[in-house]
Design a protein around this ligand. Structure first.
Ligand SMILES: [Zn+2]
Ligand SMILES: [Zn+2]
Length: 436
């Protein structure tokens, strides 16, 4: 003897119906129901309920459980307990998480209520100078705040929302989904009429100011601090400064720094790299001059060690002249100056006594002795004298990590693309600024 009959009622059956009766009744009901109510949303919901009832009663196992324990028995662990309202149990059963059926995945069910409002993520372009010197930025923004007139209820005066007619206050309806050619599953979908609330305000009961939306737009002025040593893609979080929503704390406004490539400096962590071209006589005889203008506008004066010949590709390390370390007091990384040596040009060569220059310079190389048995002359033209180390590094790449080998030949900028998690935080730290 069945303890509940709701599912049988839905299909217009008695609990004594045979398996064949259930199948026949379901088909008959469906056909007449669809024929009578095409395009009626409430009829569509009824249809889902019939499908759900059929799903349970057509399976001997679940039918037996339903017959002996009602919907409470089918709700599964954590589901409807004893004494639960049948309608509620019915809803619970289809809300996902039950252990009897795979109803497939659907929207609606199992989606947890958000604990916090949505975050607003804003990309913010910065230069390497900004990250070196730090800066504060004031900007105008617009955000949603709770309507002051209705205090976020959306209602006019003391008007109360009425039960949603579409979902009869449940906030959801059943949606049938096809799992395979012969199997249908039923999932719960949020009611679009009341947005899942189960109740809604009548037109005339809505707050005049926010039109029942509960929030209104407000212009605000935000100030953010780009701190010295911050990184590309670092996030600056203004906690609670995001859009307000009734009943939950406001989301955050998150600025994500986007560092532009610099014309003269490349950055790797706290280190900087730049390239400086010196003349041949400076390479041989030394120099003492302002080599670079730094990111804060300072001239950096460098003297080469007396008596030291600088060779092509050599790098001078200026310790403590790199990027400020983020939150590192006065700590700084290093500045690497890659020296390029400019050879004199043909005009210079024409203007000097070549014999005298040859006397001054180290001797030319002697021919191979003994020479190989076969010697071929390999011709080339002036246009065959090329530069193959032409490509540069983007500011965000680690110029020490990958080795210089891939810089040889046709340079490919793509090789230097960072494949770090684009949402990650390179510093592993997140400054929190509370809005005033
Ligand atoms: Zn309002
Ligand atoms: Zn509704």
């Amino acid at each position: 003897m069945a303890v509940e009959t709701e599912l049988y009622d839905v299909l217009g059956l008695s609990p004594e119906a045979s398996d064949g009766d259930i199948k026949k009744a379901y088909r008959k009901k469906l056909i007449s129901h669809i024929a009578q109510n095409p395009n009626d949303p409430q009829a569509a919901q009824k249809f889902q309920e019939m499908a759900a009832a059929y799903e349970i009663l057509s399976d001997p196992n679940t039918r037996e459980i339903y017959d002996s324990h009602g919907m409470g028995g089918l709700a599964g662990p954590g589901g409807g307990g004893p004494g639960m309202d049948p309608a509620e149990a019915f809803a619970e059963f289809f809300s996902g998480g039950n252990t009897f059926f795979d109803f497939g995945s659907g929207a609606g069910p199992g989606v947890p209520r958000r604990q916090k409002g949505e975050d607003t993520v804003i990309p913010y372009d910065v230069t390497l100078e900004d990250l070196y010197n730090g800066k504060s930025v004031k900007m105008n923004m617009e955000k949603e705040i709770l309507c002051g007139t209705c205090k976020g209820s959306g209602a006019r005066g003391n008007a109360k929302p009425k039960q949603c007619a579409t979902c009869e206050g449940k906030g959801f309806s059943f949606v049938q989904t096809q799992i395979s050619s012969s199997r249908f599953g039923v999932t719960r979908a949020k009611c679009s009429d009341c947005d899942g609330a189960g109740e809604k305000l009548r037109e005339k009961d809505r707050c005049k100011k926010c039109k029942g939306e509960k929030t209104v737009k407000e212009k605000t002025r935000q100030e953010i601090f780009v701190e010295k040593g911050m990184n590309d893609r670092q996030r600056i979080v203004l906690a609670g400064a995001g859009d307000q929503e009734p009943g939950i704390p406001a989301g955050d406004v998150i600025f994500v720094l986007k560092a532009a490539t610099h014309d003269s400096f490349e950055r790797s962590g706290n280190d900087l790299l730049t390239r400086v071209t010196i003349t041949l006589s400076e390479a041989l005889l030394g120099f003492s001059r302002i080599l670079i203008t730094h990111l804060d506008g300072r001239g950096i004066h460098v003297s080469s060690p007396p008596g030291k010949v600088i060779k092509v590709g050599q790098t001078i390390v200026l310790r403590g002249e790199g990027m400020p370390v983020y939150k590192g007091q006065d700590q700084r990384g290093n500045l690497y100056i890659v020296i390029n040596i400019e050879m004199p040009d043909e005009q210079w060569l024409r203007s000097v006594d070549r014999k005298a220059v040859e006397q001054l310079l180290p001797p030319k190389k002697a021919e191979m002795d003994p020479p190989p048995a076969i010697i071929d002359e390999a011709p080339y033209e002036e246009s065959d004298i090329v530069e193959v180390r032409g490509s540069s590094f983007p500011a965000s790449s680690n110029f020490f990590d990958e080795g210089f080998s891939s810089q040889f030949g046709e340079g490919n900028e793509d090789d230097w693309e960072d494949d770090d998690d684009p949402y990650g935080n390179p510093m592993g730290a997140e400054p929190e600024c509370r809005p005033q």
